[in-house]
Design a protein around this ligand. Structure first.
Ligand code: PEP
Length: 256
């Protein structure tokens, strides 16, 4: 089964609107191809609307870094899936480890957000991954099993098939430490097996599962040569046009 690779950039809390628009101008000048690959940029909320205009016709998609599950209401500070869609987003990162760690995001909240986002025709990029303590205690698979099954609870097989899941070992995020190609492949194949058990072979064959955690141009080809790894969620290296486009190019060459 052929799955279109995804390279998503998570800008976290970086870039003002002028910085974001300069990046858009610069990436449009590169010859980075988006035919064989889905490229997604997830800026802070403040830059979404203007980036949506700036990216028009570029083939690059826009995503948000979080969402609330209600459509509207008295929820000060929150942004709804309806608003994200209206602002031009096609993707939403849900359950990033920084949100789990600093903002009390639980598997139940992740599940509510996933359902809300799918309900509005947006694609969730749901993050799962173990901490260093959990890896050292040998419970990586147990942790990703709980996060995956809880996050996807109640979905129809077609909805699970349309998901993007990012396996991001917490100890590899922003640390310069990357999971080995083999370890990343093993956990991602395990996650695909969970999707097969819960939603069937077709969903497992179609769901895109990315690796995230200190992905850089130098480690892209090794990771992307693994059969179950369908792309990457990139933090730090997505902030510079040169490193981000190099990751896109290497992925596209490896996965062709
Ligand atoms: C991330 O923010 O999802 C991430 C993987 O960050 P980095 O690439 O900087 O490790």
């Amino acid at each position: 089964m052929s799955r279109k690779p995804v390279i998503a950039g998570n800008w976290k809390m970086f870039k003002t609107v002028p910085d974001a628009l300069t990046f858009v101008q610069d990436i449009r000048k590169t010859a980075v191809g988006t035919d064989h690959i889905e490229v997604v940029l997830c800026p802070p909320f403040t830059a979404v609307t203007l980036m949506s205009e700036g990216l028009r016709g570029s083939g690059i998609y826009l995503g948000a870094q979080d969402v609330f599950w209600e459509d509207k209401g008295a929820f000060t500070g929150e942004v709804s899936p309806v608003m994200l869609k209206d602002a031009g987003c096609g993707y939403v990162i849900i359950g990033h480890s920084e949100r789990r760690q600093y903002f009390g995001e639980t598997d139940e909240k992740v599940n509510q957000k996933v359902k809300a986002v799918l309900g509005h025709g947006l694609t969730p990029i749901m993050c799962v991954g173990e901490t260093l303590d959990e890896r050292e205690a040998g419970v990586t698979k147990k942790v990703v099993r709980i996060q995956t099954t809880s996050g996807l609870a109640g979905l129809a097989p077609e909805q699970a098939a349309g998901m993007v899941i990012a396996y991001e070992p917490v100890w590899a995020i922003g640390t310069g430490r990357t999971a080995s190609d083999e370890d990343a492949q093993e956990v991602i194949a395990y996650i695909r097996g969970i999707i097969q058990e819960q939603f069937g072979a077709e969903a497992a064959g179609n769901v895109r599962i990315l690796y995230g955690g200190s992905v850089k141009p130098e480690n892209t080809t090794g990771l992307m040569s693994k059969s179950d790894i369908d792309g990457a969620l990139v933090g730090g290296a997505s902030l510079e046009v040169d490193s981000f486009t190099e990751i896109i190019k290497r992925t596209s060459e490896t996965k062709r």
